[in-house]
Design a protein around this ligand. Sequence first.
Ligand SMILES: [Zn+2]
Ligand SMILES: [Zn+2]
Length: 143
Amino acid sequence: MTTNHYEGSCFCGAVRLTVSGEPLAMGYCHCDSCRTWSAGPVNAFTLWKPEAVRITRGADELATYNQTPRSLRKWCRRCGGHVLTEHPLLGVIDVYAAVIPTLPFKAGVHVNYQETMLPMRDGLPKLRDFPAEMGGSGLAVPE
Ligand SMILES: [Zn+2]
Ligand SMILES: [Zn+2]
């Protein structure tokens, strides 16, 4: 059995990371927090177990901003580039899909779709907030 490794980095390259294996989930988050933090209309996320994510360079350049204890948002001090969000209460790390371009990104779900500013009619399930197993309602909304 071989394990896949995918390399990623921040915008300037000072922070580098490797993710190993396959993500637990991939998709798009449409929440207002992701939007205002990223300055983009959606966040393309890939979720990993913490042990699958390794910062291989520039760990001391990673700064953290957390508005709530649910999400520790990490970014590079040098370039300001966003790298990942730790979700300690859920035990997962979201490494933004854009940070690991060699990972084939295949979205499986849209979350927080009730807050969308960019409707995406791609036939994938659209959850009003989060899946029930992540503490959400699990309810789907129409595209
Ligand atoms: Zn950087
Ligand atoms: Zn979000």
